[in-house]
Write a protein that binds this ligand. Structure first.
Ligand SMILES: Nc1ncnc2c1ncn2[C@@H]1O[C@H](COP(=O)(O)OP(=O)(O)OP(=O)(O)O)[C@@H](O)[C@H]1O
Length: 411
């Protein structure tokens, strides 16, 4: 049997706490079966690793793995996304389309935020779990599929059942094997390990020395409440790495990044998502973060030019790409190549038609900055929202909401 250390290394799962090991052990043990698994735990504890582990160590591993964020799909289209539709089933259904349950035949579907499914979809899901049968929207033909379902939620499903929001029969069917992922408070020994990993990742990504914690800061970190769990810890590590000049962090400095604990009920049904509370602040940090990396890149480019090497250190990342999209149209599109054509000139030489316009720069509002960051993250990830959300330190659900709110078009 595969040992847990191998699994952790393969998936980049940090932690040595017995509760985490126990959860991973259960995942490994049920992986080769076809049992349905329900992964629960507070927001930000790392539930997403579990369906991946289960799929990777199952006989289905060579077939499809499809992850669906149930909260991110509008209610009106979720049935068709999951189960497909026939041509003409609804306005805009110009072609017939397979749903995820048909696509993933022989594989695994991860239903994240399963508590967000509307009632009608819950009924369809129950049927496919019980019999393997489903019907495309607009069809009357019953089809069969062989899909293993792993679901996850941070919502207290018993409460949701009591409020009539979630079907009890579906709860029992989904939770054949329950896996509870521990909160960070239940595994304080993992906190310094996680912090070190996140700080090291930032250091590599932005080519800067990693921040470390002094004893007082480590103590504070381990006793903090961590409402948003690992996601919040990751945010803090990244913010500190980006903003602080000093690389050894004291408790005094750390305290600036930890919101007051007040109350501190963990994330549960109906509670505001930590992303919702901190997204704006974090996006602003991210602006600073990116600007600092850009400035470092520009400094390096300038140093190279001044030394007369005339070589752009990172050809893929030209100056235009470093500029906010809002200023790209009015800015010099290729300063470096023009200047490098005249390596002995004392100042950069601009092609005549490319000179910066006189237009006074428009002050960016907070919404502009947020839009900017989201657009950049989406571009960097070729429009993949999951990756962009991770980079922006927010859940996919929050990213979807922001995209809608800020009127960002498809990238
Ligand atoms: N043990 C771990 N080691 C390293 N990174 C982790 C670990 N657990 C979680 N993370 C990171 O923390 C972040 C949040 O994890 P994840 O998205 O899986 O949380 P979640 O439990 O699914 O939260 P939500 O219920 O809000 O969707 C991710 O960036 C993930 O990579």
């Amino acid at each position: 049997m595969t040992d847990i250390t191998t699994v952790k290394q393969r998936f980049g799962i940090i932690g040595t706490s017995p509760l985490l090991d126990r959860a991973l052990e259960v995942a490994l043990r049920v992986a080769p079966t076809d049992l349905t698994v329900l992964v629960t735990g507070e927001s930000g504890v790392g539930k997403e690793f579990f369906p991946q582990v289960i799929h990777a160590y199952s006989a289905r591993k060579h077939n499809k793995y499809i992850a669906v964020n149930c909260a991110a799909i509008p209610e009106g289209t979720i049935d068709s996304e999951l189960f497909g539709h026939e041509k003409g089933a609804f306005t805009g259904a110009l072609e017939a389309r397979k749903g995820y349950f048909e696509e993933a035949d022989g594989g695994t579907i991860f239903l994240d935020e399963v508590a967000e499914l509307p009632h009608s979809t819950q009924a369809r899901l129950l049927r496919v779990l019980q019999t393997g049968e489903f019907i495309r929207v607009g069809s009357s033909k019953v089809q069969k599929t062989n899909v293993r379902v792993v679901a996850a939620t941070n919502v207290n499903l018993q409460e949701a059942i009591a409020k009539g929001r979630f079907r009890e029969d579906l709860y029992y069917r989904l939770g054949t094997v329950p896996i509870l992922v521990p909160s960070l408070r239940e595994r304080p020994e993992d906190i310094p390990l996680l912090f070190r990993r996140f700080a090291a990742d930032v250091a590599v990504q932005y080519r800067m020395p990693a921040v470390t914690l002094d004893d007082s800061a480590r103590e504070m970190l381990m006793h903090y409440y961590w409402r948003g769990n690992i996601r919040q810890l990751k945010n803090v590590a990244e913010q500190i790495s980006a903003i602080e000049q000093t690389r050894v962090i004291s408790a005094e400095v750390l305290a600036k990044y930890l919101p007051p604990q007040g109350g501190g009920a963990p994330m549960a049904a109906g509670a505001p998502h930590p992303d919702d509370m901190t997204t704006e602040r974090e996006l602003l940090y991210k602006v600073l973060f990116d600007m600092r990396a850009d400035i470092n890149d520009l400094k390096r480019m300038m140093a190279e030019l001044i030394q007369g090497t005339g070589r752009c250190p990172e050809p893929a990342r030209d100056i235009k790409a470093l500029l906010p999209t809002s200023t790209q149209s009015s800015f010099v599109p290729a300063v470096v190549p023009v200047a490098s054509a005249y390596p002995h000139a004392s100042a950069p030489v601009y092609a005549e038609s490319e000179v910066v316009t006189d237009e006074p720069p428009r002050e960016m509002t907070k919404a502009d900055m947020q839009r900017e960051q989201i657009v950049r993250a989406l571009r960097r990830n070729n429009g993949r929202r999951r990756e962009a959300a991770a980079e922006l330190f927010m859940s996919e659900r929050t990213l979807y909401r922001k995209i809608k709110e800020l009127g960002i078009e498809e990238i």
